[in-house]
Design a protein around this ligand. Structure first.
Ligand code: PNW
Length: 510
């Protein structure tokens, strides 16, 4: 890595007069490492987006509604009064967008397909929308023309509304699995000659918990809405695991021999440190929190095993069981997954609570916080309340995942929002983001070079400022600024910083 860049414009700094380097020492009591660290020459650098967040064209050319089209139009609004009917209008500006990203010398573009754009009603007996297919065809062709590898997510949260209306989507495992398999089959058939890396689901944890327990994301199930938050999230997770496994099996048997691509899933998760480093309870709580977050999906999917023992013990029969047949499916498919897709942003402290837990507790009564028992902060805050800068935790998580699953890791999302980025002048001088990504890339370098972890690539979240789900257009994660009134794209300095930095990969000339 090239060294963290010097301050560009002190007016744009996140902490008034102090920058992230000073803020880091102050909050953590440690100095920030700023040396240059190398990455392997074959390491892939990419950008990432998701269909609903960037496409717009929500009702164009025969697209069917997704649960996000419904959710973002609810009254009273649950999405900051904003929807993504237009958002970045990537649907119309796609050719220009690919040209722009090719200026950053990216190797990869990770995007998702909108299921209801290509099967408007979503189901296995429903009609196909050729206009929707044509859009993804031209996107894929344009990427290949620009020498950018398409990495495709099949499901990034935008379930066809009709599937939800018919049977509750993930709440009906058999129906969902059959419809998802049919949709995946269509994608492999139509795009698999050119797409060589597939991701079935993005962040099943978030779909399970945020969409079916906290209710902050579509379809917004939560106790206040009268849904069964005690069991629904675990059923949703179960459906995702089994749907993933059957699609992996179908890909391996029917498509892989000819298409020669690879497939896996993307799991998100924080790293957890004990709130009190001297308390065995908190040490155990941190470990268990990661099992409840990552092991929940990782153990069945990558190890072909049951859920982590700690989950079975704590959740009892709230957690569905795998039948003998399902266990067989997991066992047969677990080794087909070619990589571990990791979305990662931050680290937290975990503290074991002793009070009786809430009715629908999903953490095993572990409290998360940004400050430990000594008053030390995990890292400086970003513009998102839950996201603090903690590159050491990232390195530890890479090690944790590698040790548990022994699969090459691709960091499929990583990035942060900065304060005040609506204003394009502030956004362009995104020194905070440059430091954040520089530090996180250095953690990858250390994990590879010093710890022996296999990490094959890193995709920044996100290519464009976009619609941040329930938070609307507030937080901006892009390395390209979008003026949502004019849709003008302006690269931020982090885009050029990443282009320069990734040039120095071992064996590549600067
Ligand atoms: C991811 N958390 O979501 C999603 O894959 C993206 O679509 C999203 O825009 C991005 O991260 C930024 O939020 C997450 O609370 C949402 O830990 C919340 C969390 C993590 C990831």
């Amino acid at each position: 890595m090239s060294s963290v860049p010097p301050p560009v414009n002190s007016e744009a700094r996140m902490f008034g007069a102090e920058d992230l380097i000073t803020a880091y020492s102050k909050t953590t009591g440690q100095d920030l490492p700023v040396q240059e660290l190398p990455l392997p020459s074959e390491f892939a650098w990419g950008t990432a987006t998701a269909a609903y967040q960037v496409e717009g064209g929500a009702f164009r050319d025969g697209k069917g509604d997704s649960i996000w089209d419904t959710y973002s139009h609810l009254e009273p609004s649950r999405t900051n009064g904003e929807n993504a009917d237009v958002t970045c209008n990537h649907y119309e500006l796609m050719l220009e967008d690919v040209d722009l990203m090719s200026q950053f010398d990216v190797d990869v573009y990770r995007f998702s397909i909108s299921w209801s754009r290509i099967i408007p009603l979503g189901g296995r007996n429903d009609p196909i929308n050729e206009k929707g297919i044509a859009f993804y065809d031209s996107l894929i062709n344009k990427l290949i023309e620009r020498n950018i590898e398409p990495v495709v997510t099949l499901y990034h949260w935008d379930t066809p509304q009709r599937i939800y209306d018919r049977y509750g989507a993930f709440l009906n495992t058999t129906e969902f699995e059959a419809d998802f398999k049919h949709y995946a089959h269509l994608c492999f058939t139509r795009f698999g000659d050119r797409v060589k890396k597939w991701i079935t689901f993005n962040e099943p944890y978030i779909t399970s918990i945020f969409a079916h327990l906290n209710g902050t994301l579509a379809p917004g199930h939560c106790r206040e809405k009268g849904t069964d938050t005690k069991t629904e999230p675990w059923r949703v997770g179960h459906t995702i695991i089994l749907s993933h496994a059957s699609v992996v099996e179908m890909y391996a048997s029917t498509f892989q021999p000819l298409q020669k691509g690879s497939i896996s899933i993307v799991l998100n998760g924080h790293f957890y440190e004990p709130h009190d480093a001297n308390s065995q309870q908190d040490i155990d709580a941190a470990q268990r929190r990661m099992e409840f977050y990552i092991g929940w999906f990782g153990d069945p999917v990558f190890l072909g095993q049951d859920y982590p023992a700690a989950m079975r013990e704590y959740l009892g029969d709230r957690l569905p069981g795998f039948s003998a047949e399902e266990r067989e499916l997991l066992r047969r498919t677990c080794k087909i997954n070619a990589f571990y897709g990791m979305n990662h942003y931050s680290t937290k402290y975990a503290r074991q609570l002793t009070d009786p837990p809430a009715y629908d507790d999903w953490t095993s009564n572990v409290e998360e916080s940004a400050i430990n028992s000594e008053g030390v902060e995990i890292g400086p805050p970003s513009a998102a309340q839950w996201l603090r800068v903690a590159p050491e935790g990232f390195r530890k998580l890479l090690n944790w995942v590698w040790k548990r699953y022994r699969l090459p890791i691709i960091v499929t999302e990583n990035g942060c929002p900065c304060i005040g980025e609506k204003d394009v002048e502030v956004a362009v001088n995104d020194q905070f983001r440059q430091r954040y990504v520089g530090l996180y890339l250095d953690s990858i370098s250390r994990a590879i070079n010093e710890d022996g972890v296999k990490v094959e690539g890193w995709y920044v979240w996100s290519f464009l400022d976009n619609y941040e789900w329930a938070a609307g257009y507030g937080p901006r994660y892009g390395i390209v600024h979008i003026d949502f009134d004019t849709l003008k794209r302006t690269p931020k300095n982090s885009a050029w910083y990443l282009k320069r930095s990734l040039k120095t990969r071992r064996g590549r000339s600067a």
